[in-house]
Design a protein around this ligand. Structure first.
Ligand code: 6GP
Length: 756
C-alpha cells in the first residue's frame, strides 16, 4: 500500500498538501526508485545487449508509476492533497541521452523488452550535456549545453568499469544504470550507461557547445554527436564509438563468463543488436577480446561473433551511412584497425565485387562491416526494407538473402497513450475495456464508428489535450494558441528530406490567400518543433525562415487571427507528449523513399490525428491499415523519385519558374520580409530552393497545397472528421512496439522470456 502522506511527513516533516511540486516529485522518485531496487533483474542464459549511441528516454516518473501499477492510486492520493501529477512531473528533468527517431525508438524498445519479460539491456554512453539545448536568438537556432546531470540522481552507480585502450593512452570507464520497469512485471531490465572516469565538465563553456575536441581523455562523454565538420571532431566521434563498444564488449564477455560461457559458445549467452552503424566496431572489438585476451583462435572468434551480432539500418541517406578513414581507426584503436583489415581480406576472398568491399581506397564502410560479420540486417518499415534489398544494399541482398528482414518500427502505448493522453485513455477504457493495456488491440473501437457518444467523447478528449498543449506552450515560451484552432503539427529533426521548407511554402501561400480576403473557417495553428545539426546550414536556414514567418504573420493584424505559426523551442520528449495528443493533423511529408519509417506518424495516429502524407516509410502501412478515406496522401511515388535521381532529370529551376510557385519562393527574398530576418540566410535558402531543391519540395508543392485545403475543409464536418480520427486510433494497434519486439525476438534474438 502506498502512504504518500506518511512518506511526506517522514521525508519533509510536513503533510503532502503542504509540499511544493518539486518536493512531491522527489518523494515520488524515491518511491519509484525504492520499488525498482527491490525488483530482481530479468533472468536468462542468453541475454540481449541493445547497443546504441542514443536512448531518448524522456521523463521517467509517470511511465514508471504506470508500469509499477500504482499510477491511479498515486494520482488520486495527490489529487486529494491538491496536487496534479502533470504539474509535479514538470520538476523532473529530461535526460539528454538521445536526439531523434533512432534514439526514441531505442527507448520504446527497452520498455517493450522489459514488458515482455525478455532478458535484455540497453548499452550506451552517459552524455553530460546531450546533443545540445536549442535556443532562439535573432530568430535563429543557437546551441547551448543541455545540463541535465546533477539536477537529480536517476542513475544507479553499478560500482564497476573497464579500461579502454586507445592508441597511445588508455582511459577508465564507470558504469551507471537506469532501471527499466516492464509493465506489470515483477522484474526489471536496465539501461546501462558508461561514463568516462575523469570527464571534465570545465571544458564546456556555459553558453556554447564549442569545446576543446582534442582533450579526448577528458571530453569523451560530454556530448552526443560532437560537431564533425573538422578533423578533430571526426576523430572524437571515432574515439567515442570505440569507447562505447569496447565497454559493451567487455561487459558482454565478463557477464557471459560469469554465467558459465566457454566463449566459443558466446552466442548462446549473448546477442548484440546494433542500432545503426555507430556501434559497428563492437564486431572487431569482440574478436580482439576473444583472440588477444582469451586465446580463442581467430577463425573461431570470427565465427562466434558473426552468430551474435545483428544490425538495424535506419536510413538510406548516403551521408548518414558512416565511413571512416582507416587512418583514423589506426590511430584510435590500432589493433581493431588491424582486425578490420583482416576481416576485409576475408570478405574479399568470398566476394570480389568492390561494391561489397569493407575497405575502399583506405575508407572503412561501417555498414558493410556490419552486414558481412553479422547474421541479420533489418530495415524499419516495409518500403524501407524493400529499398535496402532492391537498391541501396542490393549486392549484399544477393550475397546473403537470408540475413535480410523487415521489422516495422513501433511505439510504446504506455508512454504515448496512457501517460501522454489520460482523457483518451479513459475514453478507450470505458468503450472497449482495459484489455488493450496488455495486447495493444484497439480494433474493437472500429465498431463504434457510428456511436455518437464515443465520437463526442473523442472530440472532448482532443479538447482536453489541446488545453494541456496551450498551457504548455504558454508556460514554456509565452505563446497563446486560440482555443478553437485546428492544430497542424510537424515535429522531427530539421532535414531537407523531411521538407519542413515545403510546409513553410504552404504557409506563405496561405498567408497570401488570407491577404486576398479568403478567410479560413477557423484559426489555423501550424506547429513545428525540432533541432538542426549545428553544421547543417540549410536546415538552420529553414528554421530561420519558419521563425521569421511566424513573427511576420503574428505582426500582421489582417492575418494573425486566422493563421499562426509556432516554432517550439528545444523540442524534446516532454514537448512531444504535449503536442502529439493535441494534434488534429499529422504532417509526414518527406520526399518518398527518404524517410526510413518515421515514428511520430504512429504516435499521432494513436492519438487520433489524421495523417497528411507522402507514401514514404511507415506512412505506406498506415495508409493500408486505415483505408483511403481516413488519410490524405499526395506527392510523387518512391519509384518516380528514384527514377528522377537515377536519370538526373529533376529540374528545380523549371518548376520554380512556374508563376504560382515563383510567387511563393520569391516571398522569402521580398525586401520587407527579408529586413525582419537575416538576409544572408533567407537569400541562401531561396537560391537553394530555386536552383537545387535536392529533395524536390517544388515537385510536390502544388498538390500539397491542394490537399491541405481539402484537409482543412473536411475538418469542418466535425462528425465525419471524428469518424476518421476514431478509425486511426482503432487501427494503431499494429504499431505497438510490443509487436515489433516480439518480431525481433521470434526472428532474430530468440530469447526465452522470464516467466513470473
Ligand atoms: C531515423 C529515421 O530517419 C526514421 O525514419 C526512423 O523512424 C527512425 O530512425 C527509427 O528507425 N534515423 C535516425 O534517427 C538516424 O539517426 C542514422 O539515422
Amino acid at each position: 500500500m502506498i502512504d504518500l502522506e506518511g512518506s511526506a511527513r517522514e521525508a519533509f516533516g510536513r503533510g503532502l498538501a503542504e509540499l511544493g511540486d518539486d518536493e512531491v516529485c522527489r518523494l515520488l522518485q524515491d518511491l519509484v526508485r525504492e520499488r525498482a531496487r527491490e525488483l530482481p533483474v530479468v533472468r536468462g542464459k542468453r541475454r540481449l545487449y541493445y547497443v546504441s549511441a542514443e536512448f531518448l528516454i524522456g521523463k521517467l516518473l509517470t511511465c514508471n508509476l504506470i508500469n509499477l501499477g500504482i499510477y491511479d492510486e498515486v494520482r488520486s492520493q495527490l489529487a486529494a492533497a491538491g496536487h496534479d501529477l502533470a504539474r509535479v512531473e514538470e520538476s523532473e528533468v529530461e535526460p539528454a541521452l538521445g536526439n531523434g527517431g533512432l534514439g526514441r525508438l531505442a527507448a520504446c524498445f527497452l520498455d517493450s523488452i522489459a514488458t515482455l519479460g525478455l532478458p535484455g539491456d540497453g548499452v550506451g554512453l552517459n552524455y553530460h550535456y546531450g546533443l545540445f539545448r536549442q535556443r532562439f536568438s535573432y530568430k535563429q537556432q543557437t546551441a547551448v549545453p543541455d545540463e541535465w546531470l546533477g539536477c537529480q540522481d536517476v542513475l544507479n552507480d553499478e560500482g564497476t568499469g573497464f579500461t579502454v585502450r586507445f592508441g597511445g593512452f588508455s582511459v577508465t570507464s564507470h558504469l551507471y544504470s537506469i532501471d527499466v520497469l516492464g509493465y506489470g512485471r515483477g522484474a526489471k531490465d536496465r539501461l546501462r550507461l558508461f561514463d568516462l572516469e575523469g570527464a571534465d565538465d570545465s571544458l564546456v563553456p556555459a553558453d556554447s557547445i564549442d569545446f576543446d575536441k582534442t582533450q579526448v581523455s577528458r571530453n569523451l562523454t560530454l556530448f552526443l554527436y560532437p560537431d564533425d565538420s573538422d578533423e578533430d571532431g571526426r576523430l572524437l566521434r571515432v574515439y567515442q564509438q570505440y569507447f562505447m563498444v569496447s565497454n559493451a564488449a567487455q561487459l558482454i564477455v565478463a557477464e557471459a563468463l560469469e554465467r558459465g560461457s566457454r566463449l566459443t559458445d558466446l552466442d548462446e549467452y549473448a546477442v548484440v543488436q546494433i542500432n545503426d552503424t555507430h556501434p559497428t566496431m563492437v564486431i572487431p572489438e569482440l574478436v580482439r577480446i576473444l583472440v588477444d585476451e582469451h586465446g580463442v583462435a581467430f577463425d573461431d572468434a570470427v565465427a562466434v561473433v558473426r552468430r551474435m551480432v545483428a544490425y538495424t539500418n535506419h536510413t538510406i541517406l548516403a551521408e548518414a551511412l558512416e565511413k571512416w578513414p582507416l587512418a583514423y581507426l589506426e590511430r584510435v584503436a590500432p589493433r581493431v584497425a588491424q582486425i578490420i583489415v583482416r576481416l576485409d581480406e576475408l570478405a574479399k576472398e568470398r566476394c570480389s565485387d568492390p561494391e561489397v568491399a569493407i575497405i575502399v581506397d583506405g575508407v572503412v564502410h561501417m555498414a558493410r562491416l556490419a552486414i558481412h560479420y553479422g547474421f541479420s540486417v533489418n530495415g524499419v518499415a516495409e518500403l524501407h526494407t524493400r529499398i535496402l534489398e532492391q537498391t541501396e544494399l542490393h549486392p549484399f541482398f544477393e550475397l546473403y538473402p537470408e540475413r535480410f528482414s523487415n521489422k516495422t518500427n513501433g511505439i510504446t502505448f504506455r508512454r504515448w497513450l496512457m501517460a501522454a493522453n489520460p482523457d483518451l485513455t479513459d475514453l478507450i477504457d470505458r468503450t472497449i475495456g482495459t484489455g488493450w493495456h496488455r495486447t495493444a488491440d484497439l480494433s474493437p473501437l472500429a465498431a463504434h464508428a457510428d456511436d455518437s457518444g464515443v465520437l463526442e467523447g473523442l472530440a472532448l478528449a482532443k479538447e482536453g489535450a489541446k488545453a494541456r498543449m496551450r498551457d504548455f506552450l504558454w508556460r514554456r515560451q509565452g505563446v497563446r494558441v486560440p482555443e478553437d484552432a485546428i492544430v497542424d503539427v510537424q515535429v522531427k529533426r530539421f532535414h531537407e528530406y523531411k521538407r519542413q521548407q515545403m510546409l513553410a511554402l504552404y504557409i506563405i501561400w496561405k498567408y497570401l490567400d488570407i491577404k486576398n480576403g479568403n478567410r479560413p473557417a477557423r484559426p489555423i495553428t501550424i506547429v513545428f518543433g525540432g533541432k538542426a545539426a549545428p553544421a547543417y546550414t540549410i536546415a538552420q536556414d529553414v528554421i530561420h525562415l519558419i521563425v521569421t514567418l511566424g513573427a511576420w504573420i503574428a505582426n500582421d493584424p489582417a492575418v494573425a487571427p486566422y493563421l499562426q505559426v509556432v516554432m517550439v523551442e528545444n523540442y524534446d520528449v516532454t514537448a512531444a507528449e504535449h503536442l502529439i495528443p493535441a494534434a488534429d493533423v499529422s504532417e509526414q511529408i518527406s520526399l518518398a523513399s527518404k524517410e526510413a519509417s518515421g515514428t511520430s506518424n504512429m504516435k499521432f495516429m494513436l492519438n487520433g490525428a489524421v495523417t497528411l502524407c507522402t507514401l514514404d516509410g511507415a506512412n505506406v502501412e498506415i495508409a493500408r491499415l486505415v483505408g483511403p478515406e481516413n488519410i490524405y496522401t499526395f506527392g510523387a511515388s518512391s519509384e518516380e523519385v528514384e527514377r528522377l535521381y537515377a536519370e538526373g532529370s529533376y529540374d528545380a529551376h523549371a518548376l520554380y519558374l512556374r508563376p504560382a510557385t515563383k510567387l511563393l519562393v520569391d516571398f522569402i527574398t521580398n525586401p520587407q520580409f527579408m529586413a525582419t530576418g537575416c538576409p544572408d540566410r533567407l537569400r541562401r535558402l531561396h537560391d537553394d530552393i530555386a536552383w537545387k531543391d535536392w529533395f524536390m519540395a517544388l515537385l510536390d508543392l502544388e498538390e500539397f497545397i491542394r490537399v491541405k485545403e481539402v484537409v482543412y475543409a473536411d475538418y469542418e464536418d466535425r462528425g465525419a472528421w471524428m469518424r476518421k480520427s476514431l478509425a486511426n486510433v482503432a487501427a494503431a494497434g499494429a504499431f505497438s512496439s510490443d509487436r515489433t519486439i516480439r518480431q525481433y525476438n521470434d526472428d532474430i534474438w530468440h530469447l526465452v522470456p522470464d516467466e513470473e
